[in-house]
Design a protein around this ligand. Structure first.
Ligand SMILES: [Zn+2]
Length: 406
């Protein structure tokens, strides 16, 4: 007998960030959405007899958030990444598992992990799939690719030639990476760090294409963005120096932009409270204004933007910053749901419609009036189960209440 759940709520927001007119009810069977509407239109009477009813009263039901840029290994840590990476692999794995649970508890039902030491990200994804650890669906590059002692070296495979680049892509593809990430620039705090050459980035993108994998690049400078676009990259990350010309190029080639404004904003405004040096915080503070201009340029040129938090940011902060850069609120919410599903090729989620996975969150209030509520869902529908999100958050504590002590 298939298990049927009828979810009642005040309103339903779709992955596009808009309200589905007149809808206040979703019927879920075996983890999939079978009907959306109201009592008369949703097929409600048919399955009402044996259905479990979840009455969310005044809450808004919406697709789970899709965080397109973060790192389970270090997410929202009070300690600098280097201190975490100096710990044993066992400790790092346990910390990542906790960060995984916390991401779920904050409404993120899919997270694109942008790199962790060794095989940590791959094993965490496996553990979630096997039900050993509770967490969002994981899309992962496993490791980035960078130069020895280059940016992101601790969470990357390091290479010194195009042959080594190709070998690294082959290794990652074989290990199960869902996409390939390259580091094309330093963040400015260690400007002498060596970075991949244009030729190496081209080699990585071409080899990834041979494996049928998409690519993403950590970029900062105009030069790094340009090199990656020339190489045929499919997604540009951060890019505080993106200008109109490069944005136009991105739009023409359908390259997606994940600016991670909230992560950068947090380092620039209070990074020293989160284990970052004053110097690093100052550099990130200098990105704040250009970053806003970069996102504005992208929007004006029609570039697709997806939300990612990169470390210290949150999805609600990202939505608000995208709005400040000129997005309509509904479009900013779309960046946190439907656009992420599109970027990650998840055709079965990011939408509230029959046939889609019932990967949903319910939030207290209306995100179109106040988007801050998306960080604190009350109920989560994930993997065919219903979770009390408040209880989950109480279980693992918030980062602010229990900073990681190293
Ligand atoms: Zn990152």
């Amino acid at each position: 007998m298939p298990e049927t759940t009828v979810v009642k709520c005040a309103r339903i927001i779709d992955g596009t960030g808009t309200v589905i007119p007149g809808a206040n009810l979703v019927v879920i069977r075996d983890g999939a959405i079978v009907a959306v509407g109201d009592q008369t239109s949703a097929g409600y009477p048919d399955c009402a007899l044996d259905a479990t009813v979840v009455d969310l009263a005044s809450s808004t039901l919406m697709p789970g958030l899709i965080n397109c840029h973060d790192h389970f290994a270090t997410r929202r840590s009070r300690a600098p990444a280097a201190a975490i990476f100096a710990r044993s692999q066992a400790y790092q794995a346990l910390l990542a598992a906790r960060n995984c649970l916390l991401s779920l508890a904050s409404g993120v039902l899919v997270l694109r992990d942008m790199g962790a030491p060794g095989l940590l990200a791959r094993e965490l994804a496996l553990a979630v799939e096997q039900g050993l650890v509770l967490g969002p669906g994981i899309v992962s590059c496993i490791n980035g690719i960078t130069r020895p002692s280059g940016p992101g070296a601790a969470l990357s495979m390091t290479v010194s030639s195009t042959d080594e680049v190709r070998a690294a892509v082959d290794y990652l593809a074989e290990a199960g990476a869902n996409f390939i990430k390259v580091f094309a620039a330093t963040d400015g705090s260690a400007p002498d760090q060596p970075t991949l050459t244009a030729e190496e980035i081209r080699a990585a993108v071409r080899r990834a294409q041979d494996h049928g994998l998409k690519t993403a690049a950590h970029t900062i400078t105009r030069e790094s963005i340009s090199v990656c676009l020339q190489a045929g990259i499919t997604c540009i990350e951060h890019a505080p120096e993106l200008d109109r010309d490069l944005a136009r190029e991105m739009a023409l080639s359908d390259v997606v932009f994940v600016p991670t404004m909230s992560g950068f904003h947090m380092i620039g405004t209070e990074g020293w409270l989160w284990g970052r040096t004053r110097e690093k915080a100052q550099i990130f503070a200098s990105f704040l204004q250009p970053h806003m201009t970069a996102v504005r340029s992208a929007l004006e040129e029609g570039v697709k933007v997806a939300a990612g938090t990169d470390g210290l940011g949150t999805m609600a902060m990202e939505v608000q910053l995208l709005e400040r850069a000129g997005m309509r609120r509904s479009d900013a919410l779309q960046a946190a749901m439907g656009s992420g599903a599109q970027l990650l090729g998840l055709n079965h989620c990011g939408k509230v419609a029959p046939g889609f996975d019932a990967e949903l969150i319910a939030v207290d209030g209306d995100p179109l009036s106040d988007p801050t509520c998306i960080d604190h869902p009350v109920t989560i529908f994930h993997s065919g189960k219903v979770f009390d999100a408040r209880a989950l958050r109480e279980l693992c504590g918030t980062f602010d209440e229990s900073p990681v002590v190293l």
